[in-house]
Design a protein around this ligand. Structure first.
Ligand SMILES: Nc1ncnc2c1ncn2[C@@H]1O[C@H](COP(=O)(O)OP(=O)(O)OP(=O)(O)O)[C@@H](O)[C@H]1O
Ligand SMILES: [Mg+2]
Length: 256
């Protein structure tokens, strides 16, 4: 299925339209995520605090989805579970056909390395590495050649070519955020999770990041799932899932 999708993409330069799909044997795009009755609870002072309850949805391969909701509604918790960074109290996540709950921690880490990019709300850059190294080192660990060149070209794309040799502490919050995004893009993930990717950016820089995300989605077919408070960013997604108090209260496609 994946192969078929990429072949069609190479020929047409874009994803097949629903009409093109209907004439083929493949009536539905593959599902990148299948989320079933996901619940996450924490023990809290002798009681149980449930921060996600019975969350279910599917996300097709190549989708561009925004998760929105008030502070504390469970967005970051949900993103961590979808990416296999955290384990649920109940329910399941199928990522590109793999049941995350059935995998060992090592197997989950391997799957993440192969298919997942993640941008944390708090960036999590390595403080002792420069901006370029923060991007290049994970690539080198995966055996990518010319990792340094690739890192610098990504920095150029996000407007930080002249900050390549700065340590994270020498970068502004917004600059660190852009480096974290470039690092997540760098290994061309099948699915990119981003927690508030424009949270620390002025509107012009935020707009550039949105364009990068859109390009990645359109040109590489990367599935994008982002959490945002930014209504400008949410409105550029093709679908919005709204959480309130740990539950999905709205899930709608946006008109193109
Ligand atoms: N490790 C933890 N132990 C106990 N409670 C937690 C833990 N992690 C998160 N929570 C609680 O779960 C709830 C949801 O947190 P989460 O970080 O998912 O919210 P959020 O929607 O991302 O909020 P924000 O928009 O402020 O980032 C919060 O009330 C938080 O206090
Ligand atoms: Mg959060």
């Amino acid at each position: 299925m994946r192969r078929w999708m990429s072949e069609v993409k190479l020929e047409s330069g874009s994803r097949p339209s629903p009409a093109a799909n209907a004439t083929s044997f493949h009536l539905q795009p593959a599902l990148m995520l299948v989320v079933r009755q996901l619940t996450k609870s924490y023990p809290s002072g002798g009681r149980t605090l449930t921060v996600l309850r019975d969350v279910s949805f599917t996300i097709p391969d190549g989708a561009f989805v925004a998760i929105v909701g008030p502070s504390g509604s469970g967005k970051t918790t949900l993103l961590g579970l979808l990416a296999g960074l955290d384990t649920p109290t109940a329910g399941s996540v199928l990522l590109d056909g793999a049941e995350l709950g059935a995998l060992s921690e090592d197997a989950r880490a391997k799957l993440r390395g192969e298919k997942v990019g993640f941008v944390f709300q708090s960036f999590q850059l390595i403080p002792t590495l420069t901006a370029a190294e923060n991007i290049a080192v994970p690539l080198e660990l995966r055996g990518v050649r010319n990792a340094g060149v690739r890192a610098r070209s990504l920095l150029d794309r996000i407007g930080l070519a002249d900050r390549a040799d700065h340590l994270p502490a020498q970068l502004s919050g917004g600059e660190q955020q852009r480096v974290a995004l470039a690092r997540a893009f760098a290994n061309a993930p099948r699915v990119l999770f981003a927690d508030e990717p424009t949270g620390n950016l002025d509107s012009a820089t935020g707009d550039r990041i949105i364009q990068l995300l859109e390009e990645l989605n359109r040109e590489s077919g990367t599935t994008i799932v982002l959490v945002t408070h930014d209504t400008a960013l949410a409105s550029r997604a093709k679908r919005i899932i709204r959480l309130s108090d740990g539950a999905v209260v709205d899930d709608r496609e946006l008109a193109a």
